[in-house]
Design a protein around this ligand. Structure first.
Ligand code: PMP
Length: 419
């Protein structure tokens, strides 16, 4: 069989694979850039492996106990005993997977349960669960806005929002990041009678800045546009019920669709959209990203339902998360780091560095000292912006936050980012 496998193996010479044109050659620049980074002797920041995960805030990476400050586990639900038990029970009762689309055989008890939990959490009449948050944006945006209609989006929108625009047939209009006047101007140029969807995010994940949703939603409504807000990075700890920035800013009545994810505060994987629109259920009949893919495994939706039901009442956790954000932001600012926001506006605190070299060097010093943060660079960030992105967890103890600050001081001094 070895001989057969060898004979059938793909030829290594690209000319022989595709003599007319090697489609892979467009990646040569990327490959070279990555190789240059690795040749400088650093650990690859985009190939970290968690050998063991001990809690929402601690893992073993490269044999070392490491504090996690670069996950979206904002509310620390991944090790909640009730959440884990719900997943185990569902595995036992329903098996490991659904083997099908929500539309056919892929709707089990807990898919219905988690949608009920979402309706309760958000106080909406409708909730639809997708396989990821990426697919929720992809599906909702491409399905809502069609030919002859318009999607108006913030220039710094998440990739899933951009991809939702590409997948649909609507006209796409961008406005400057968080710029109310620019949104107003661009909406004013569009035909009055055309359908329009303004897509916003509560928290922008690269710098951790918050949208002026109240003002933007008011502008959108004045121009007769519907509004979708992606609240991926705010669920659980913005607003009195943890619904998001739109709740915190008091514009609940005017946001037509909320998109969210289970991959952050909820602590598992999945995406959703909730709405009070009376015809919302029709999305299930028309949305390709909902129909043409398998539904989430029963254990995943069961953990999500258990987590969402607890998040509703997680007032102490919320409070502690904000306390952590204030302490870390204040401490880093005092040391002289350049941060993504002037004030602790969200659970994301971005430390802005001069260039890729400095960012990677500092990232490595932190990792070697037992702290993991996200290295973020273009295209995820705006052009020329290199960040060490910290995301806090409600389960970080005050002692851990103090240790984190000490590690930042040492690392920042060692690469010359602070004096
Ligand atoms: N929207 C935003 C703003 C995000 O940051 C992300 C993921 N980082 C998503 C959507 C996609 O979520 P998911 O991980 O569930 O695909």
């Amino acid at each position: 069989t070895d001989a057969i496998q060898t004979a059938d193996a793909l030829p290594e010479n690209p000319e022989a694979v595709a003599p007319e044109r090697d489609l892979m050659s467009k990646f040569d620049g990327l490959i070279a850039e990555r190789q240059a980074l690795l040749d400088s002797g650093v650990t690859d920041p985009f190939a970290i492996v968690m050998d063991q995960v001990k809690s929402p805030t601690e893992a073993v990476i490269q044999g070392r106990d490491t504090i996690l400050l670069g996950t979206y586990n904002y509310m620390g639900m991944t090790f909640d005993p009730d959440v884990i038990q719900a997943g185990k029970d569902a595995l036992d009762q329903f098996g490991s997977g659904t083997n099908g689309s929500r539309m056919l055989n892929g709707t089990f008890r807990d898919h219905v349960e988690v949608e009920e939990a979402l309706r309760e959490f958000y106080g909406t009449t409708g909730a639809i669960v997708f396989s990821t948050g990426y697919m929720a944006n992809l599906g909702m945006i491409s399905t809502l806005a069609g030919k002859g209609e318009y999607v108006i989006l913030d220039a710094d929108s998440h990739a899933s929002i951009y991809d939702g625009c590409k997948q649909g047939n609507a006209e796409i209009v961008r406005f400057r990041h968080n710029d109310i006047a620019d949104l107003d101007k661009r909406l004013g140029r569009l035909p009055k009678d055309a359908g329009k969807l303004v897509v916003l995010e509560g928290v922008y994940s690269m710098l951790g800045d918050v949208a002026p949703l109240k003002e933007m939603v008011a502008v959108a409504k004045r121009h007769g546009a519907m509004v979708l807000s992606d609240e991926a990075h705010s669920m659980g700890f913005f607003g009195p019920n943890g619904r998001g920035v739109y709740e915190a800013q008091g514009c609940e009545g005017d946001v037509d669709f909320i998109v969210g994810t289970f991959s952050k505060s909820v602590g598992t994987v999945g995406g959703f959209c909730v709405s009070n629109h009376p015809k919302f259920e029709a999305i299930r009949l028309a949305c390709r990203a909902y129909i043409f893919t398998a539904s989430l495994p029963p254990s995943v939706v069961a953990t999500a339902a258990a987590s969402i039901r607890k998040l509703r009442f997680a007032h102490n956790k919320r409070q502690h998360l904000w306390e952590n954000a204030r302490t870390l932001h204040g401490g880093l600012k005092q040391m002289g780091f350049k941060l993504g926001t002037e004030t602790p506006d969200s659970a994301i605190i971005a430390v802005i560095l001069e260039d890729q070299e400095q960012a990677v060097a500092m990232w490595q010093v932190l990792l070697d000292g037992g702290l993991y943060v996200n290295m973020a660079r273009p295209p995820a960030t705006p052009a020329g912006t290199y960040l060490l992105r910290c995301s806090l967890c409600a389960e970080h103890s005050s002692d851990q936050v103090e240790r984190i600050l000490r590690m930042f001081r040492v690392a920042g001094q060692s690469v010359g980012a602070i004096s």
